[in-house]
Design a protein around this ligand. Structure first.
Ligand code: FAD
Length: 462
């Protein structure tokens, strides 16, 4: 509970209508897209509710809220679209949830610099629409484009459909404005490369709001492509498709979209090439030749066109059925359908061996894989896992046990347990294991910048 003097001060900063304290609002802001079914052994993370939600209008209001919270030692939790899958936005120690979605202005579209400056609460779809009007497009295009925000996707270093050519959201960041745990605002400069000290943007990319609240970002954008070519190849095995991908990536070919999926016994590679005409023709032609040399069958552009058209369906569906809803509505969507979708990164040379070891491990477990995939590059490997015997009483615990085993196996083989969703509350306990001394460095940085541990406490294993 926050005392009434603090609530009054918060209302003075953001305006009474933007201070929310009723149980309905506290409930819907105390969750994100993590469901209890995937929070194995962690039911308590949903117990704590926010004490208040504020919806600041600009950076100075964010700064005033954080300064106040810092003085009083009250936790603050940054909140964007609330679509994170790891519980990164859960107020596990109570406090003030800071919803940044009123910071929703696109400040400057700059075709000469090929950048856009936007406030952190801008939803990616709105950014894409605004850029299209000027002949430009963003490099980041996740399933959740209709629902996720600029600040949230930087904070999880999200990966999207165009990552093959443009990299993750963090690679789009040129400059940032961030309100630190002290309440001070830090800005970095809007140039892509420099050697005058370390690039502080990286302290905030993928840090899930533990080091500050991003209020503005300057992002790299691209011209709308002169040419576009969709292609599909079908392979007899995942290994064959993997070899083809490895080969054309080694040649230096960078398709915008690269998705190799094995599902229901079928292995398909979806590719999209974008850019200037000659480059697109050359890249598509050579990549498909490599696929055929590796046993791939050219299925034409049709399957990938459909895939591309439907790519935001899950995000749209989430917007209609779950976004901004209280927990019972959000959680009811997958009731009774236990599954997990893991996104691991390993050195390319280890991916197939890792898959084999996972298959071996799961052959004696109550879990099976229904989909294997590579997304955007050969190092990024995904598995969708379900209980083999969903009616068994312990099916979900068994899934949780096996998930932990395959995550730690990826770490033991030199990889990382997650490549795009962050760790939030769900994987925080495994981060020290993965980072080793690096996690001590993270802890020291956190202690220096946030001695009271008020900024999104309990995340990144801190
Ligand atoms: C249907 C669906 C599809 C999805 N598809 C993808 C996908 O294709 N690729 C992918 O990578 N992920 C995907 N996700 C996961 C999710 O969309 C991403 O993790 C996204 O980056 C979260 O953005 P958000 O604005 O919703 O952030 P939130 O969930 O609000 O927050 C995520 C984390 O960032 C912090 N945060 C939020 N805003 C700020 C800020 N301004 N400053 C500092 N910290 C902040 C929060 O505290 C939290 O730790 C999907 C989720 C759903 C539900």
């Amino acid at each position: 509970m926050l005392d009434s003097a603090l609530l009054t001060a918060l209302a003075e900063i953001v305006g009474l209508e933007h201070l929310l304290t009723n149980p309905y609002d506290l409930d819907r802001y105390s969750i994100d897209a993590l469901t209890p079914g995937r929070a194995y052994g962690l039911p308590h993370v949903f117990d704590r509710m926010a004490d208040a939600v504020v919806r600041p209008a600009d950076t100075s209001q964010v700064s005033a809220v954080v300064t106040l919270a810092c003085r009083q030692g009250v936790p603050v939790v940054p909140y964007g679209g609330g679509t994170g899958l790891m519980g990164g936005a859960l107020p596990v120690r109570g406090g003030i949830v800071v919803d940044v979605k009123r910071l929703n202005r696109i400040l400057d579209v700059n075709p000469a610099d090929l950048t856009v400056a936007a406030q952190a609460g801008v939803v990616l779809q709105d950014l894409e629409n605004a850029l299209a009007g000027q002949g430009l497009m963003p490099g980041h295009d996740p399933y959740s484009l209709p629902i996720a925000t600029v600040g949230g996707t930087i904070s999880t270093n999200s990966v999207g459909y165009r990552a093959g050519a443009f990299g993750p959201m963090g690679s789009q960041v040129v400059g940032l404005e961030v309100v630190l745990p002290s309440g001070q605002a830090l800005t970095t400069r809007d140039v892509p490369i420099y050697s005058s000290g370390p690039n502080l943007n990286h302290l905030f990319i993928g840090s899930e709001g533990a080091f500050g609240i991003i209020t503005r970002a300057t992002l790299r954008v691209a011209r709308l492509p002169e040419a576009r070519r969709f292609a599909t190849a079908q392979f007899r095995s995942f290994d064959q498709g993997f070899q083809a991908v490895g080969e054309f990536i080694a040649l230096g070919i960078r398709p915008t979209l690269l998705d190799l999926t094995e599902e229901d016994g079928q292995v398909r590679l979806h590719l999209l090439f974008e850019g200037f005409l000659e480059g697109v023709e050359a890249s598509a032609g050579r990549a498909m030749l490599v696929c055929q040399q590796r046993g791939g069958k050219d299925m034409g552009e049709g399957p990938t066109l459909t895939y591309w058209r439907d790519r935001h369906a899950s995000g749209e569906n989430y917007r209609r059925t779950a976004l901004d809803q209280p927990r019972q509505v959000r959680w009811s969507r997958r009731r009774g359908r236990g599954f997990d979708y893991l996104h691991l990164a390993l050195p390319t040379s280890k991916v197939l061996e890792y898959r084999r070891r996972c298959d071996e491990l799961m052959s004696t477990s109550g879990v099976r894989v229904v989909e294997y995939a590579l997304w955007s590059r050969p190092e990024l490997f995904s598995m969708m896992m379900v209980p083999a015997y969903p009616d068994r009483a312990n099916a979900q615990e068994e899934l949780g046990r096996v998930v932990e085993q395959v995550l730690t196996l990826a770490q033991d083989m030199g990889g990382v347990m997650e490549y795009c969703h962050g760790v939030g509350v769900r994987l925080g306990h495994l981060l020290p294991r993965e980072m080793g001394v690096g996690h001590d460095v993270l802890r020291s940085l956190k202690a220096a910048l946030d001695p009271g541990n008020i900024m999104n406490p309990g995340k990144l294993g801190l």
